[in-house]
Design a protein around this ligand. Structure first.
Ligand SMILES: [Zn+2]
Length: 249
């Protein structure tokens, strides 16, 4: 609870309100201002600047979209019935899981610690990179392509870099077009919402959500179902480049 409060206070600080509130005022502030030592020591900026990456090898969380979505806790119960896209006789989670498992194999060979996560993220989950793996669906069967996005607000400052590596690698290796229809549901993905949900990533987890292609499109489906190693290889390579750029492997 105290932590949640801190987080809220800090959003105010980050948004600049805090900065304006503590800046000395040239024109004479109203009386009865707070003494400096009356201000609580801990604020979110302190907390953030003092945050240190936990010791240990590079760590990556691969979330399998919709996997075990009947196990959502109460705070996410509105998502329980949401099983995502379907195609070729497969549920989306099956496709996402196959890609995640192959991605994990490649990452582990590179010395990365990998967690394969279901739809429910462990409370305040931290990793060097968190990738939510999904596949798209549409009533329009001609819709094709992949897209990758990050949280609306990324406190790590690294999400754009992670997304760039993933996008370059996916685009050049999988052979699907880029779909520029990034949705609010991607950027506001529930697992990114650490200020709202306990079962979400830690604010210092660099995160992205990948829509790997359309299960409702014949060409995309062929790749996702028959050659999951292609998207897996591309995702693993993007993640490895990102981890290398951070000096973690
Ligand atoms: Zn999905």
């Amino acid at each position: 609870m105290a932590k949640k409060l801190l987080v809220i206070i800090s959003i105010l600080f980050l948004s600049g309100l805090g900065y304006r509130a503590v800046r000395p005022d040239m024109s004479g502030a109203p009386p009865y201002g707070e003494a400096e030592d009356a201000v609580p020591e801990v604020n979110f900026l302190n907390w953030l600047s003092q945050w240190k990456r936990p010791e240990g090898p590079a760590k990556v969380g691969l979330q399998v979209g919709h996997y075990k979505n009947n196990e959502f806790p109460e705070e996410l119960e509105h998502l329980r019935g949401n099983s995502g896209a379907k195609g070729g006789g497969k549920m989306e989670w099956e496709v996402n899981l196959a890609i995640a498992e192959k991605t994990a194999e490649i990452l582990k060979e590179a010395g990365v610690k990998v967690d394969i996560l279901p739809a429910t993220v462990p409370p305040s989950y931290w990793a060097d990179a968190f990738i939510a793996i999904h596949a798209d669906g549409s009533d329009d069967k001609t819709k094709s392509g992949f897209k990758i996005a990050g949280p609306w607000r990324d406190l790590t400052g690294d999400a754009d870099k992670l997304i760039d590596y993933l996008t370059d690698s996916y685009y050049s290796q999988v052979g699907l077009p880029w779909d520029d229809n990034i949705t609010a549901n991607m950027r506001g993905y529930y697992a990114f919402s650490w200020w709202r949900h306990e079962h979400a990533i830690h604010p210092m987890t660099t995160a992205a959500i990948v829509e790997t292609g359309f299960l409702t499109n014949a060409n995309d489906r062929e790749i996702l179902l028959k050659s999951p190693e292609l998207p897996a290889q591309a995702l693993a390579e993007g993640i490895i480049k990102y981890l290398q750029s951070e000096g973690l492997i």
